[in-house]
Design a protein around this ligand. Structure first.
Ligand SMILES: Cc1cc2nc3c(=O)[nH]c(=O)nc-3n(C[C@H](O)[C@H](O)[C@H](O)COP(=O)(O)OP(=O)(O)OC[C@H]3O[C@@H](n4cnc5c(N)ncnc54)[C@H](O)[C@@H]3O)c2cc1C
Length: 541
């Protein structure tokens, strides 16, 4: 069987995700779809992959690369090149559905060790061949595209081992191409956990987490990736850097922080030493609370973070529309429990908060009780552990709903930002207003990464798109969305990174001098501009 475009955007999985009845009803209700429309498949992407662009590396270059990594680790076939041309943003999926791969890499290479990576970088630097490091290719900001061709350097085949678990220091050193589940299983077997669980956990690597500066779903307790990394080993075109491993230091800049968020533009992250924590799932306590409106829920969340009671791990609030849709699609709406909540005044505008607290048994119990006390003061009503446990069951799988939605011609995407507390509600309103200007658009918002000084806002939008005009409509809508966030005090990204999708706004965010500083670091480490070229992070070639 020939490999198809569909296989690429479905993470290599040939099985289909069926939409649940609740979601199908939602589509009928909000988008006026008929049964006939629900059975039609649009831009299915099931054609065999075939590229009209030959790889541009000459025989001599390919021979040299084969000598370095072995014949079996160099690929130039259409499917491998196409599957390294995109990540998982809406536009990536659309291009694949259209069978359009305008700029594939010339070759995909799977290096086996640091020495080989060093030799590849040296060779490519001498011949000015572009190199784009890739892990799980789950970027949603167009981070792994190869507009200048060259090589996609994939670390997942060989550089995927746990090198050391140091229980005394509570650290693990891993190779950057290891996927989340393999890392976590290794740690769990020793009684530890990595504490970093992005929704893309199953399909992303430690190198990608670090390079794109990600956050896991329990980041409120464990911190973002930049709070977890203690040291890195990176191969750059200028040389290899191993940052020293200390719990803290005052010897100038923490060099590893330069590479966290570098998105492949400075070099290849080969090894990472990270903090780990004890794995004690039996100690975790859960709670869910319903509020009458978003403002009260946000007030309770802020107060919890600023009261010195401790920090929960998962801490989320769904705004009214997200709460309404999750109650509708999960079959809660109309139940006796729902009517009971309605009678208590928790109906239109209500918001669901989910909480987990980990650590020592007494601590997690006390923390949950303290948060519940604060929530009560803000008008919250406790719903017990069930809603958060239900959410945990689907914590990774909801990401795969995008494919069947796109099959129906529904644009579906997310964008996230970070904002200080005093601007959170105004920004939420402004962005929602912008998104809602588009007719028949479902806009769901949640807060999922929380700090003493502010939080993130995560926007999900679903909207039927005019067939044949998908790309233009999306690009205009996305631009308006980012403009609205950017001009109203939100960051370009809280954890998805910048890539090429958000690069045009970088100078406005950082100022010219700020971006020039990043460029100067790039020019020093990668003077010929071979690392992930083509505008990532707003950097010039
Ligand atoms: C459905 C879905 C849900 C998501 N949820 C989350 C979430 O909850 N939290 C979150 O943080 N992100 C999330 N993401 C975004 C994405 O998964 C993260 O950015 C992730 O960290 C990328 O890891 P990866 O291994 O897939 O990296 P890739 O996508 O392969 O690469 C991402 C960037 O890092 C660079 N890179 C990768 N490996 C290396 C390396 N070894 N050395 C140097 N540069 C490298 C690439 O060049 C590229 O610029 C989600 C994505 C999807 C599709």
């Amino acid at each position: 069987m020939k490999h198809t475009y569909r296989e690429i955007f479905k993470w290599g999985d040939r099985r289909e995700t069926e939409l649940e009845k609740g979601i199908l009803n939602l589509i009928k209700d909000k988008f006026d779809y008929s049964d006939a429309e629900l059975s039609q498949k649009h831009l299915y992407g099931d054609k065999p992959v075939s590229l009209d662009k030959q790889g541009l590396l000459n025989t001599g270059a390919l021979e040299k690369l084969r000598n370095i990594v072995g014949n079996e680790n160099v690929y130039t076939d259409d499917f491998t090149r196409a599957s390294h041309s995109f990540g998982k943003s809406y536009t990536d999926l659309l291009q694949l559905r259209l069978g359009s791969v305008p700029a594939p890499p010339d070759a995909v290479i799977y290096p086996r060790n640091l020495i080989e990576i060093t030799e590849i970088l040296e060779f490519c630097n001498n011949h000015k061949i572009a190199i784009t490091p890739s892990g799980g290719k789950s970027t949603v900001t167009r981070g792994v595209e190869t507009p200048e061709g060259g090589i996609s350097l994939n670390l997942t085949w060989h550089l995927n081992k746990v090198l050391e678990v140091n229980e005394e220091n509570s650290t693990a050193t891993v190779q950057a191409g290891i996927f989340g589940p393999a890392f976590e299983e290794h740690l769990n077997a020793k009684g530890y956990s990595c504490g970093h669980f992005p929704q893309s956990f199953e399909h992303s690597t430690v190198g990608g987490w670090v390079a794109a500066k990600g956050a896991g779903q329990a980041s409120t307790g464990f911190g973002k990736i930049e709070n977890m990394v203690l040291s890195l080993k990176i191969v750059t075109p200028t040389g290899v850097i191993t940052t020293p491993c200390y719990p803290a230091s005052a010897q100038g800049w923490d060099l590893h922080q330069i590479f966290i968020g570098s998105e492949g533009t400075l070099g290849v992250i080969v090894e990472v030493t990270m903090k780990i924590r004890k794995y004690r799932p039996d100690n975790t306590r859960y709670a869910s609370v319903i509020f009458k409106d978003f403002e009260s829920a946000v007030g309770a969340m802020r107060c919890s973070m600023q009261s010195g009671i401790g920090t929960p791990h998962i801490f989320r609030i769904s705004d009214p529309e997200e709460t309404e849709i999750s109650f509708k699609t999960k079959g809660f709406e109309g139940t006796i429990a729902d009517k009971f909540l309605g009678a208590l005044g928790y109906n239109q505008g209500r918001c669901l908060m989910l909480i987990s607290a980990e650590g020592d048994k007494a601590y997690s119990k006390q923390l949950i009780n303290s948060i519940k006390r604060i929530c009560r003061k803000h008008g919250g009503f406790s719903l017990g552990a069930k809603p958060v446990l239900k959410w945990l069951e689907h914590r990774y799988s909801s990401a795969y709903l995008r494919d069947p939605l796109m099959d129906l011609g529904i644009m579906s995407d997310t964008l996230e930002t970070a904002v200080m507390w005093d601007n959170l509600i105004p920004l939420w309103k402004k962005v929602r207003n912008f998104l809602k200007e588009r007719p028949k658009t479902v806009v769901m918002v949640h807060i999922s990464h929380v700090y003493e000084n502010g939080a993130n806002l995560y926007f999900t939008f679903l909207s039927p798109v005019n067939k044949g005009n998908e790309m233009n409509e999306y690009i205009a809508y996305h631009k308006g969305l980012v403009d609205t966030i950017n001009s109203n005090g939100g960051s370009l990204s809280h954890h998805h990174g910048v890539g090429r999708a958000l690069a045009p706004w970088m100078e406005e965010q950082l100022g010219k001098t700020g971006l020039d500083l990043m460029q100067a670091v790039k020019n020093h480490l990668d003077p010929r501009g071979i690392m992930n070229p083509g505008g990532t992070l707003g950097l010039k070639p």
